[in-house]
Design a protein around this ligand. Structure first.
Ligand code: 5GP
Length: 189
């Protein structure tokens, strides 16, 4: 998606540890007209899928998922990072290692919001090693629901997540795939 790539080149900054900061337009301050275009593009790429629910993970995926959901006319449900382990059977639970914070969180979702009838589109801001998406896929499997695809705003193609998800046979659509980045240059696939 050319508009997005140009914006990354203009406003993105590369931080140590292979972290791309896009705080000025995507995950701190949010440029709504741009995210609207992102939502439309996800709809275009998954136009042939009967999606019933969009699933993301808190926090930075939520806003993008909500705007995208307006084009699919479906609810958004987000997996919550939880400090306590809920053992009452009402929650799906998995663990996710955070790429940016390097900690492992329990991630939970109330069972009543995802059932075996659901056809799910996963949405997130970044794909790096794939831990966040794999956690969401775990939850969908636990629910007996169907993963119809995954929409990612920025995939870091030099990390392993994209390969892992594509090898699982999941339709993965990343709107910008970064091939390499350093202090001065970002290149796209
Ligand atoms: P993964 O689980 O695929 O290793 O990493 C994806 C998650 O880590 C995303 O939900 C995103 O919040 C965060 N993340 C990974 N790489 C980056 C990055 O370069 N910049 C930012 N801002 N977040 C990232």
């Amino acid at each position: 998606m050319e508009l997005l790539k140009q914006r990354i080149l203009k406003d993105g900054t590369v931080k140590p540890g292979n972290v791309l900061k896009v705080d000025s337009f995507l995950n701190h301050q949010m440029d709504i007209p741009l995210i609207n275009e992102i939502g439309k593009e996800f709809k275009r790429r998954f136009a042939d899928k009967e999606i019933t629910k969009i699933l993301t993970i808190e926090a930075s995926g939520i806003g993008i998922a909500c705007i995208t959901a307006q084009y699919f006319n479906v609810p958004v449900v987000f997996a919550k990072k939880s400090h306590s382990i809920n053992l009452d059977g009402e929650m799906y639970m998995t663990t996710v290692e955070s790429f940016t914070h390097k900690n492992v969180s329990n991630v939970i979702l109330a069972k009543r919001y995802l059932t075996s009838d659901d056809h799910v589109l996963l949405i997130d801001d970044f794909l790096a090693n794939g831990c966040a998406l794999l956690g969401l896929i775990d939850i969908v499997k636990e629910a007996g629901a169907t993963v119809e695809g995954a929409g990612i705003v920025i995939e870091k193609g030099f990390q392993s997540g994209g390969q892992t998800i594509r090898d699982m046979g999941i339709q993965l659509e990343s709107l910008a795939i970064i091939d390499s980045m350093d202090d001065t240059t970002v290149t796209f696939r």
